[in-house]
Design a protein around this ligand. Structure first.
Ligand SMILES: NC(=O)c1ccc[n+]([C@@H]2O[C@H](COP(=O)([O-])OP(=O)(O)OC[C@H]3O[C@@H](n4cnc5c(N)ncnc54)[C@H](O)[C@@H]3O)[C@@H](O)[C@H]2O)c1
Ligand SMILES: [Zn+2]
Length: 355
């Protein structure tokens, strides 16, 4: 699959099913130096491959806290000491945390060096490794500092998922459901049928779903790299979801928050716009099928949820902006835009219905 690179006007590629060991050794032959950056969990699993000296493997601690300026500096120092130059390459082997951090490092190191993304989590495969958003967190918020920077290649191999914990698979499933609702009725219908234990599905089905989601993200991002309109359809469920994440101080998982977020936003689409009852119920059902509508909040917290939603950086005005489905597989267009502003009163009404 080839993708336009909107920054350098050249294409980059997504390749499937490469063997990690062979791929890294081939890469080494093509570059002056290589460094694989990964987290400790993944390092433990692939130690026999990653402990080779020529790979200059750098490890970070697993978890969101690692998307930090301190880690960026630590990696840069190591690369400089190793005398990395523009003929070198860095490989981000891991989930979205590794991918976002390492992507950011690659984009600024010597003003940008080659980057290869090898996503190992379901979220990274279907979402974070594609689209060129990189970034780190800051005391004042998540993903506030970063760049748009595309890798040279993305290497996707679903066999990495065999070791991914169940709770992490669910994070990816929430995003996969999102793709079905916003873009692809056939994908949605497939999700209604498959084994809810994702890894118990055949490789063929798993790969089909992953490729489907990648194709959707690639297409949407190609149309609107810097998120002026169309790309915002990927935020379905995330406007409320981000409010819930902040309410719970990021103690609840992203997947659970956007799961309930999708239910609430679909309900807004049904109550005030064009989504019919049947479609709404199907969305509820699929979220329940994967246990992605389980978190709760109290009536006294509704005000805070709305306040946190307003603070979301994606809102350009004081009103709250959503991308809402008009049917399964499609986002509503109003005045030629894929977003719509909804009053706080209406949001408040729907939030109360979910108590
Ligand atoms: N750039 C983007 O467009 C974009 C999009 C979505 C999410 N994100 C970011 O991605 C991050 C979330 O990504 P994530 O869900 O992959 O989290 P993550 O990177 O923290 O990985 C989740 C956990 O799974 C472990 N893991 C990963 N692959 C494994 C494997 N194959 N086997 C065993 N364990 C494995 C990790 O060590 C970690 O403990 C967030 O920081 C989010 O902001 C970015
Ligand atoms: Zn998300």
């Amino acid at each position: 699959m080839k993708i336009k690179n909107h920054i350098h006007k050249e294409e980059y590629k997504i390749e499937f099913d490469k063997d990690l060991k062979k791929y890294l050794s081939n890469l080494n032959q093509r570059y002056y130096k290589i460094s694989v950056i990964t987290d400790e969990n993944i390092y433990k699993i692939y130690k026999n491959i990653l402990n080779k000296k020529y790979l200059n493997t750098i490890k970070i601690k697993p978890g969101e806290k690692s998307k930090s300026i301190e880690n960026k500096i630590m990696i840069e120092k190591k690369l400089l000491k190793l005398k990395f130059n523009r003929k070198s390459v860095i490989v981000a082997l891991g989930g979205g945390v590794v991918g976002d951090l390492v992507g950011f490092v690659a984009s600024t190191f010597l003003r940008g060096i080659d980057l290869i993304q090898i996503p190992t989590s379901l979220v990274a495969m279907v979402d974070s490794s594609i689209g060129g958003k990189t970034g780190i967190n800051n005391d004042l918020g998540k993903n506030l500092i970063g760049t748009f920077y595309n890798p040279k290649k993305i290497i996707v191999n679903s066999s990495f998922l065999k070791t991914l914990p169940e709770s992490e698979l669910r994070q990816g499933l929430a995003e996969i459901i999102k793709y079905g609702v916003i873009y692809d009725l056939r994908l949605f219908k497939l999700l209604e049928k498959i084994n809810i234990n994702f890894m118990e599905n055949s490789n063929q089905i798993i790969n089909k779903i992953i490729k489907n989601c990648i194709a959707i993200k690639v297409k949407v991002v190609e149309e609107d790299f810097k998120e002026t309109d169309k790309r915002s359809i990927l935020n379905f469920g995330h406007t409320v979801g981000h409010g819930l994440e902040k309410l719970y101080s990021y103690k609840k998982s992203h997947g659970d928050c956007i799961g309930l977020g999708m239910a609430i936003e679909a309900s807004i689409a049904n109550k005030y716009f064009d989504l019919n009852d049947e479609s709404l119920n199907k969305i509820y059902k699929i979220l329940d099928r994967f246990a992605l509508r389980s978190i709760r909040y109290s009536s006294t917290q509704i005000k805070s949820i709305i306040k946190y939603m307003e603070l979301d950086k994606k809102n350009k005005t004081n009103k709250i902006t959503f991308s809402l489905p008009n049917k399964i597989g499609s986002i509503m267009l109003k005045n030629k835009k894929h977003t719509i502003e909804v009053s706080k009163e209406k949001i408040n009404t729907v939030l109360k219905e979910f108590l």
